[in-house]
Design a protein around this ligand. Structure first.
Ligand code: MN3
Length: 252
């Protein structure tokens, strides 16, 4: 290609300025092709997981319209933009071996080159956080069980205190973000807040349950009253799933 281009340039230099570029097809071939405007958005390697229950399953606490918008629009957009970012900025880990596990990328966030790092932080974090969020909700509700219940007593002062502290943290979080129940590096339960779609995985924590306090999670039904949304959410937290996730993490 280089030789071809050099030859074409030499030929061009030897001709008069009035000569048309159209006479030099080899030079034209050396120019980058214009992007096709009809190219469809990439559909992988990341995909939107379906909700594990019906859209209206969490009524009346979380309404079906919010679930449609939250899952089908907000979460879907994180996935689409993550796929676009990965297609635009391929790097070794992805271009050589596509992975569908966004959590693996979030764990190595600080090592990724920009602008991929920002895309993984925001779009990848959004994809990971919401994928977990849907699984941690259930119409059944309930309370922590087994080892998790004991750990909440030991590390966080009991389930009631945990709920109070989580609600307070959610109310005090300025702007958009999440309240997280995580296992820290020392396998202690910790309650923390992170802004935007930042993932606990990028901070060395393992997320067990997150409360999405972005306005898109509650505004249709609860308007500006975030505290009412958090109070209602406790009715639909899938503590069976979270307790199992905790037990599996403690064994690993
Ligand atoms: Mn959300």
């Amino acid at each position: 290609m280089l030789t071809t281009r050099r030859q074409a340039l030499k030929t061009l230099a030897a001709t008069t300025l009035a000569t048309s570029f159209a006479r030099f097809p080899l030079l034209a071939q050396a120019l980058p092709a214009a992007p096709s405007p009809s190219k469809p958005a990439p559909t992988g390697p990341f995909t939107l997981p379906p909700l594990p229950y019906a859209y209206d399953a969490l009524e009346p606490h979380i309404d079906a319209e919010t679930m449609h918008l939250h899952h089908d629009k907000h979460h879907a957009t994180y996935v689409t933009k993550l796929n676009e970012a990965v297609a635009k900025e391929p790097f070794e880990g992805i271009s050589a071996k596509p992975t569908k596990d966004v959590d693996d990328l979030l764990k190595i966030l600080s090592t990724l080159p920009e602008p991929l790092r920002t895309a993984v932080r925001n779009q990848g974090g959004g994809h990971s956080n919401h994928s977990l969020f849907w699984q941690t909700l259930s119409p059944k509700g309930g309370a922590p069980k087994g080892e998790l219940a004991k750990a909440i007593d030991a590390d966080l002062g009991g389930f009631d205190k945990f709920k109070q502290d989580a609600a307070k943290a959610g109310g005090g979080l300025f702007g958009s973000g999440w309240v997280w129940l995580v296992l820290d590096g020392g396998k202690k339960l910790t309650l923390l807040t992170l802004p935007n779609q930042d993932s606990p995985l990028s901070e060395g924590h393992y997320p067990l349950f997150g409360i999405d306090v972005w306005e898109h999670a509650y505004y249709l039904k609860y308007h500006n009253v975030r505290a009412d949304y958090i109070a209602a959410l406790w009715n639909v937290v899938n503590w069976d799933f979270i307790s199992d996730r905790y037990a599996a993490a403690m064994k690993s």
